[in-house]
Design a protein around this ligand. Structure first.
Ligand SMILES: *Cc1c(COP(=O)(O)O)cnc(C)c1O
Ligand code: SF4
Length: 346
């Protein structure tokens, strides 16, 4: 059987290969991939059915990525919040730490598309040491979020080394890993990866699924291996125009994730990232989708819809409004539109 490294090695990264395999005209795309790299691994490629389908649009480059739009290179102001390279300290008690530079596929809507997969994101012994020192010297940091790039693209030994060095910091309580591997290259989740991770509890993994067609048998097996290793699994989904911005698709996705023992965590309004404006939806459409979920499906299947404020303001939850009137008696409408009341406490 092929290893995950061998599968990744066969990824489509050039327009010639893409044109040969899809019989599509790719002549207009060379400037796109010169700016933002392409990687479509054979597992994910087999899930694409036709040009423009919801999985296709996540990974196949598009001319519109060159449109300037209103978007920003660094939409979350991460560079200004980085006390040391590859570490973002925005919230008091937790930091984002970029420990890997590449991914299993390059998502065309990626918030960090300015740097992932290119030499603008370099992870070296020096950046790892500096990040670890920073966390050690700031004991108010109780949680680290490992991201990148995708930390699961590191070899087992590299990942184990980073995790064990983090675990030597007594003030650090929680380790959280963000990864798209369970949906984009599930064969990377091996029994040895799961058992390695289980040595570093409390360790959480947040996956990234965007469409119910990503819920394959292989993806289910990857999530089961992680869940069986005692790892609580969450999911961060991005709301993407024409891909998943409708109630039926997201209901299927979120309920399917629960069956995989993955708890939907965030549904993100797309960031103002340069090269991704064609994926943005009106905020009202996300709020309407949330309204179609609350009360109608298990609360465990419902993530928080959030937008990340441009410039580093942090995540803002967006919730449908059920409160109609405040005062001595609160008036609401419930999920069915029925009027409800609650006497305010004195
Ligand atoms: C999203 C994010 C976090 C984590 O926020 P949670 O609401 O705890 O998931 C932490 N740091 C940065 C810089 C982030 O962008
Ligand atoms: S896997 Fe995550 S970091 Fe990598 S390209 Fe996709 S969204 Fe960006």
């Amino acid at each position: 059987m092929e290893t995950w490294q061998e599968i990744l090695q066969q990824s489509i990264t050039s327009l010639d290969e893409l044109a040969r395999l899809t019989e599509c005209d790719t002549t207009a795309l060379s400037e796109v991939i010169a700016n933002f790299p392409m990687r479509i691994n054979p597992y994910f490629f087999r899930l694409l059915t036709a040009p423009g389908d919801p999985l296709w649009r996540q990974v196949v480059p598009d001319r519109r990525e060159l449109d300037p739009g209103p978007c920003l290179e660094d939409p979350l102001g991460e560079e200004g919040l980085s006390p040391v390279p590859n570490l973002v300290h925005k919230y008091p008690d937790r930091v984002l730490f970029l420990v890997a530079s590449s991914c299993a596929v390059y998502c065309r809507f990626c918030t960090r598309k300015r740097k992932v997969g290119s030499d603008r994101l370099r992870v070296t012994a020096a950046t790892l040491n500096a990040g670890l020192d920073y966390i050690r010297e700031h004991p108010q940091i109780r949680e680290v979020l490992l991201s990148g790039g995708d930390p699961f693209l590191l070899e087992d030994e590299q990942l184990a080394d980073i995790l064990s060095r983090l675990r030597q910091i007594p003030s650090l309580e929680i380790i959280r890993i963000g990864t798209r591997v369970p949906s984009a290259l599930p064969m990377r989740v091996t029994p040895s990866l799961a058992s390695l991770l289980s040595r570093f509890h409390p360790l959480y993994v947040n996956t990234h699924f965007n469409h119910p067609r990503e819920l394959t048998a292989e993806a289910g097996r990857a999530c089961a291996l992680l869940a069986d290793a005692g790892i609580p699994l969450g999911c961060q989904t991005v709301l993407l125009k024409g891909i998943n911005d409708d109630p039926v698709t997201l209901r299927q996705l979120f309920c399917g994730l629960l069956r995989f023992r993955v708890r939907p965590y965030y549904l993100f309004q797309a960031d103002l990232t340069r090269g991704t404006d064609h994926f943005r939806t009106p905020t009202s459409s996300g709020i309407d989708i949330m309204r179609s979920l609350y009360g109608h499906v298990s609360g465990m299947a419902i993530p928080t819809l959030a937008l990340d404020a441009p410039g580093g303001g942090g995540k803002i939850p967006l919730t449908p409004n059920y409160l109609v009137e405040t005062g001595e008696e609160l008036r609401f409408t419930n999920y069915l539109g029925t009027a409800c009341r609650y006497p305010e406490a004195g």
